[in-house]
Structures are given as structure tokens and as C-alpha cells.
Design a protein around this ligand. Structure first.
Ligand code: FES
Length: 289
């Protein structure tokens, strides 16, 4: 009922705003455009700092990552060697009826999770859509922003479901990291315990991914968002402790987002280098004889 009310409220807001625009003959009347900007030309602003640096760096970072991930997803080789499996291809889904890269069958989950993430939305609305590119800077006009209550942006509301799927993928990546602690073919055989550069990289990756995933706004709501009283019962007290920990991660969600984006790309790059014999996976110690 509350969601329906919110959607109704946004819908009314949009209608009123659109009517006001038509009456005023203005294309630029949105709540994101400050009134004190000297003119409403695209990118006009009173700001004197390097406001463009943030959106430009984000656009560059995203573009490089998307190009790299796309190339690697379609490359369909050098993704597995010994006990190392690239996170782009994990879990490895191989079927007789599928004749393309197995990465395509799995990458839509982390891609969908990130694309609908609250932090990433802000980042790419600014850096790619320029609506607006930064606070106090006029963005591209001529659009009628209706929140995320209408198609196509209403699709962003699948984020909580993408969180569930991403959590399953994350559990599998932890499993992959555990496998790097044993020589190939001897998983959980403690006489073949080892620790390599690959183990280090895989564990750093899953730690960063966990920091990002469990700092998710949807998860924070899941653990404590529905509680009216944090101290009424033992259960609600436990929920509060949990909620506080998630909140700590959530406060640095942007940092975790970038660390995990970089680490997942770097982990794949490392596996590719080892699988293509560019470098060996240096082993710090091994119990295997
Ligand atoms: S809000 Fe960023 S992962 Fe959920």
C-alpha cells in the first residue's frame, strides 16, 4: 500500500510539473536546476572548482571497464587454469545447447546488480546522461524527469532481486577462492594446502565484493528497514546490531563499489596472464610433495 501511494505521489508530481512547464513554455523547470545559475545553457554554472573532474573520471573508469569486460566475456578462452577460475566465468555454466561464451550466461547478474545500484545510478546519470553532470551545473534539458516511476527507469526497482542473485554468485566466488588454497584436483585435502599470489588476489577480490554487496541499500533495508523498534525484543536488538554493521559498510558504498569493480577486473586479468603463460602463479608455500 505504501509503495502504491509513493508511486501515485510521484505520478501526480510529474503531471503537475509537466503542466507547469507547458504553461510557462519552459523546458528547463526541474528540481535539479538551481535558480541562481546565470543562464540555463547546457553546462552553465557559477561553480569555480573542477566540478567536471568527478563525472569525467567516472565516465572514463566505467568506459574502460565495460570495454575490457565485454572483450573478455566474448574471448571465451584463458579463463581457467589449474585451480584458478576467472570471476567473469564463474560459475562455469556449460550446456550442449549453448555454443557461445559461458560468461554471457552469468555476467548479466553482476552487470544487472551494478547497473541498478543506487550509487551507480547517481554516477552514470551524471557522467553519461548529464542530467545534470554535477550539483549546480545545468544538464541536458528537454527531458521530463519522473523519478523512477515510469518506463524505462522503473526497471531500476528490480535491484533488490538482483541483490539476491548477486549474493548467490558471491557465495560461489568465495568457493572459488577457497579452491585456490589447495593444489588442483586436491580440494579439501589438507596435505595439499598451498598459498599463492592467485590466492591473495582471489581473497582480496571476494572481500571487496562482500564489502560492496553487504553494504547494499536494499540489504540494509532488509535487515532493519522494516523495524519500528530496535530495542523491544531480543530479535530486534540483534537486528539492530546487524543493521549497524551494514550501515558502516553502506556509508562507504562508493568506495567498495570502485574497489570491487577494480578487483574483479584485475582478478580476471591475472587469470588470463597465468592461463596464457605470460606469468606463473607464484606459490608462497605448499604442503604438497
Ligand atoms: S545500492 Fe549499491 S549494491 Fe545495492
Amino acid at each position: 500500500m505504501r509503495k502504491a501511494d509513493e508511486r501515485y505521489r510521484l505520478d501526480i508530481f510529474c503531471r503537475v510539473q509537466n503542466i507547469a512547464e507547458e504553461l510557462n513554455g519552459s523546458q528547463n523547470m526541474t528540481s535539479t536546476k538551481p535558480a541562481d545559475i546565470p543562464n540555463k545553457q547546457f553546462l552553465s554554472t557559477r561553480r569555480e572548482d573542477n566540478w567536471w573532474l568527478g563525472p569525467a573520471s567516472i565516465a572514463l573508469g566505467f568506459t574502460l571497464f565495460i570495454i575490457y569486460a565485454t572483450v573478455r566475456a566474448f574471448e571465451n578462452q584463458y579463463f581457467e587454469v589449474s585451480n584458478l577460475l576467472s570471476p567473469f566465468y564463474s560459475p562455469k555454466l556449460e550446456f550442449d545447447w549453448w555454443h557461445y561464451s559461458p560468461a554471457i550466461l552469468i555476467l548479466w547478474i553482476p552487470a544487472g546488480f551494478r547497473a541498478t545500484c543506487y550509487y551507480y545510478r547517481k554516477a552514470y546519470y551524471r557522467s553519461f546522461f548529464l542530467t545534470p553532470p554535477a550539483c549546480g551545473v545545468t544538464g541536458i534539458g528537454g527531458y521530463k524527469y519522473c523519478g523512477e516511476s515510469k518506463f524505462p527507469f522503473i526497471i531500476q526497482n528490480i535491484h533488490r532481486y538482483m541483490f539476491y542473485l548477486a549474493t548467490i554468485v558471491l557465495a560461489i566466488l568465495w568457493w572459488d577462492a577457497l579452491q585456490t588454497l589447495f593444489t588442483a584436483g586436491h580440494f579439501f585435502d589438507f596435505s595439499h594446502l598451498q598459498f599463492s599470489v592467485g590466492s591473495l588476489i582471489f581473497f582480496a577480490n571476494v572481500i571487496f565484493l562482500s564489502g560492496y554487496t553487504f553494504g547494499c541499500h536494499a540489504f540494509r533495508h532488509l535487515v532493519g528497514g522494516g523495524l519500528d523498534c530496535f530495542s523491544c525484543t531480543e530479535g530486534s536488538k540483534t537486528a539492530m546490531t546487524f543493521w549497524e554493521k551494514v550501515t558502516k559498510l553502506n556509508e562507504n558504498h562508493q568506495l567498495w563499489a570502485w574497489l570491487s569493480l577494480f578487483s574483479v577486473g584485475f582478478t580476471d586479468f591475472y587469470v588470463r596472464c597465468v592461463a596464457s603463460n605470460v606469468i606463473p602463479d607464484y606459490v608462497f608455500f605448499s604442503l604438497a610433495k
